[in-house]
Design a protein around this ligand. Structure first.
Ligand code: ADP
Ligand code: MG
Length: 280
């Protein structure tokens, strides 16, 4: 049995990698579900106009529906647009629809454009009667204004790395962008977690990629890896996470182990963030 202790403070985590198809959305929704299953209160914010996280979590997100777009443009608060995930009573979702694709241009001239999400989230967490243990922000595959908003709204970055030949390509650019956000907007932002996804333990390549990532980032790569499984890729077409779709399968077990490992590191992570806050 995996028992989870609530983190001392809300952990705010953006899941980002400007490469598409590396497992950002799968990681966001399945970790969120794993934490909710373990009794944590979880909020997922979908910041990708594709709305894949909204789909997997079973919440409606048609064009015109209340969504994160209305939050960013100041027409609604998070509490007014969030929807409960049907499978997990302690998991709330701020959906995204294709409407969000217009937001980057529409907010580009606003003086506060980088902090639209942060301001809405701060206000929500302060006023919410529920204490949230984990907030996840699923990012689009870019380094544009929506992703910058995500990086400004959180204290942690989780970078999923696909176990493939070009795994580390582009990582330098992502780390640079995070560095710029730290320098100019959000000094406490911490790259707390890397998770190797689509791992195939039978291939030498997968093991080599894991070793390479581990060598470069020894303290932040989770020991747990996420295997490539058909169930993980099927679950979203049933508007489910793999945690509910195939609870006993290897995909669900791995995401639950990854969540446990992350939760276990809460004290260290929160202390690191707090010490950065005090330095600045
Ligand atoms: P991203 O959000 O980075 O674009 P996704 O999580 O949407 O990545 O994953 C890309 C594709 O790979 C999706 O079709 C998804 O279902 C599939 N996928 C993700 N993780 C796994 C996995 N561990 N095993 C098999 N398929 C996966
Ligand atoms: Mg995605």
């Amino acid at each position: 049995r995996l028992t989870f202790k609530r983190p001392a403070d809300t952990r705010r985590i953006a899941v980002a990698n400007q490469k598409g198809g590396v497992g950002k959305t799968s990681t966001t929704v399945n970790l969120a579900a794993a934490f909710a299953l373990a009794g944590m209160n979880v909020l997922v914010i979908d910041m990708d106009p594709q709305g894949n996280a909204s789909t997997a979590l079973g919440v409606s997100h048609n064009s015109g529906d209340p969504s994160v777009y209305d939050v960013l443009e100041g027409r609604a608060q998070i509490s007014e647009v969030m929807q409960r995930c049907p499978d997990f009573p302690s998991l709330e979702v701020v959906p995204a629809s294709i409407d969000l694709s217009g937001a980057e241009l529409e907010v580009a001239d606003m003086p506060n454009r980088n902090n639209l999400l942060r301001d809405a989230l701060d206000q929500f967490l302060e006023q919410s009667p529920t204490h949230y243990d984990y907030v996840f922000v699923d990012c689009a595959p870019s380094l544009g204004l929506l992703v910058i908003n995500a990086m400004c709204a959180v204290t942690e970055m989780l970078i999923p790395i696909q176990a493939e030949y070009y795994a580390l390509e582009g990582l330098g650019q992502l780390i640079n962008t995070i560095g710029l956000v730290q320098k100019h907007f959000n000094p406490q932002l911490l790259v707390s977690t890397m998770l190797v996804t689509m791992f195939d333990k039978r291939t030498l390549l997968s093991r080599e990629v894991y070793q390479e990532v581990k060598t470069h980032y020894p303290s932040i790569v989770l020991d747990t890896t996420i295997p490539r499984t058909v169930k993980i890729s099927e679950a979203p077409s049933f508007a489910q996470t793999v945690i509910s779709y195939d609870p006993r399968g290897l995909g669900a077990i791995s995401y639950r182990e990854a969540a446990y490992e992350m939760n276990d590191r809460s004290a260290v992570v929160l202390e690191t963030i707090a010490s950065r806050r005090n330095e600045n």
